[in-house]
Design a binder for this molecule. Structure first.
Ligand code: HGY
Ligand code: MN
Ligand code: MN
Length: 395
């Protein structure tokens, strides 16, 4: 399975993955998922929001145990973030069958669409739509960097954008959702444990900062006469780092756009996207507020107007304690850890009892081609997931 997925959407110059929603690489990932389901004789279905499902047992019976993750990537992402969860799900099902386990409940594997939000700017679109956490009109209005709307992209990929929307009946059939994911930090690397259980996801969001200045000649405009948004942007990046450090939060400007983007022209507009996360919502709101204030104050000095738009926000997620404790028991005392990364499991946790397993990442690196996990640890993850599915569905 791993070998088949490896070439899909790989950018040869960086070895990173560019598997964006509703692109040919995404279609190849979906075809792979469908083939994995059909090879195993699982009932395959795709919901109205582009999420894929592979069922063992009757999908309509209720109290299903569902596992899975996503196959899309960030720009030049690693091989593990997402795919490890989907591959491990199929492998865990194979393991259950090899053990001769007889599920008393329906089991399913899911691939949620557009988890990373790399193309349309909003993460977890597939699970958010199903859980009713993203309005249909809001989803239709999302646009990629080329101005293509989500609706147009879905249509071009052969899907019906008019059919998207909340799917409470499907979610009501799920008794538990467990997502396995590569760890995106080094907490497990410092332990003897290859697999951990998630406690919580930090609240996080994305804010667009538009710095409006004035385009002018780089060679003839006196420094005092400039309204250079790049200066305001640069100072805001530094302020974000400082405010986040002081508050014990995280703040990152990882994406930036410049107009007109000419070497010998002062920019007219710099657009930077802030990703910020914190242990609690109050801290997050305070940090983002301080970054915005610093930007506006600096803008006054530079003659630059600053406009801040919140593009997404995901509240803190505290995974269901009962299910989490059950996983720890099934895995003989696996460590419990929080994460700053968002997941479909976090979105679904508002509708369904949800838990996560993390597989040790020796470097902690993620959202990068350098992301990795040892083969033995991945196999331990499969065994752990099989133990969990057996414990939840077969007894
Ligand atoms: O950005 C995130 O937290 C994620 O990996 N979707
Ligand atoms: Mn990710
Ligand atoms: Mn992920």
């Amino acid at each position: 399975m791993w070998r088949d997925l490896l070439p899909i959407g790989r950018n040869a110059s960086t070895n990173g993955y560019r598997r964006y929603a509703w692109t040919p690489a995404d279609a190849d990932c979906r075809a792979w998922f469908r083939a994995q389901a059909e090879t195993r004789g699982l009932a395959y279905e795709e919901d109205r929001n582009g999420n894929q499902w592979a069922w063992l047992g009757d999908p309509t019976a209720g109290d299903a145990v569902v596992t899975g993750s996503h196959l899309d990537s960030v720009p030049d992402g690693g091989a593990f973030d997402g795919p490890l969860g989907v591959v491990s799900s199929f492998a865990a099902l194979d393991e259950l069958r090899a053990r001769g386990a007889r599920p008393a409940k329906p089991l399913a594997i899911a691939n949620f669409g557009d988890e990373e939000g790399a193309r349309f700017g909003l993460a977890c679109v597939g699970s958010r739509l199903s859980a009713g956490q993203l309005g249909v009109e809001q989803a239709h209005a999302l646009r990629d960097g080329d101005g293509v709307s989500l609706a147009q992209a879905m249509e071009r990929a052969g899907y019906d954008p008019e059919a998207i929307g909340p799917d409470p009946e499907r979610l009501a059939r799920i008794g538990a959702f467990v997502e396995l994911h590569v760890e995106q930090g080094r907490a497990l690397a410092e332990t003897v444990h290859p697999v951990g259980v998630a406690s919580a996801i930090w609240p996080h969001g994305r804010w667009r900062f538009d710095f409006h200045g004035e385009a002018n000649h780089a060679g003839t405009t006196r420094l005092d006469d400039r309204r250079d948004p790049m200066l305001t942007y640069a100072n805001t990046v530094l302020a974000a780092r400082k405010k986040a450090r002081l508050a014990g939060a995280l703040a990152t400007f990882g994406k930036v756009g410049v107009e007109p983007n000419g070497v010998n022209a002062i920019a007219s507009l710099v657009r930077g996207w802030l990703d910020s996360r914190a242990p609690d919502e109050e801290t997050l709101a305070a940090v983002v507020g301080e970054i915005e204030r610093a930007a506006v104050e600096r803008g006054l000095r530079d003659g630059v107007d600053v406009k801040v738009t919140r593009e997404s926000f995901t509240p803190v997620v505290e995974f269901a304690h009962g299910l989490r404790d059950e996983l720890v028991r099934l895995l003989s005392g696996a460590p419990v850890l929080p994460t700053g990364a968002g997941h479909d499991a976090g979105i679904l946790s508002a509708s369904v009892p949800t838990a996560m397993l993390f597989v040790r990442n020796p470097t902690g690196v993620s959202h990068s081609p350098a992301e990795t996990a040892a083969e033995d640890d991945c196999l331990a993850g499969v065994t752990a997931l099989a133990d969990v599915l057996e414990g939840l569905a077969c007894r």
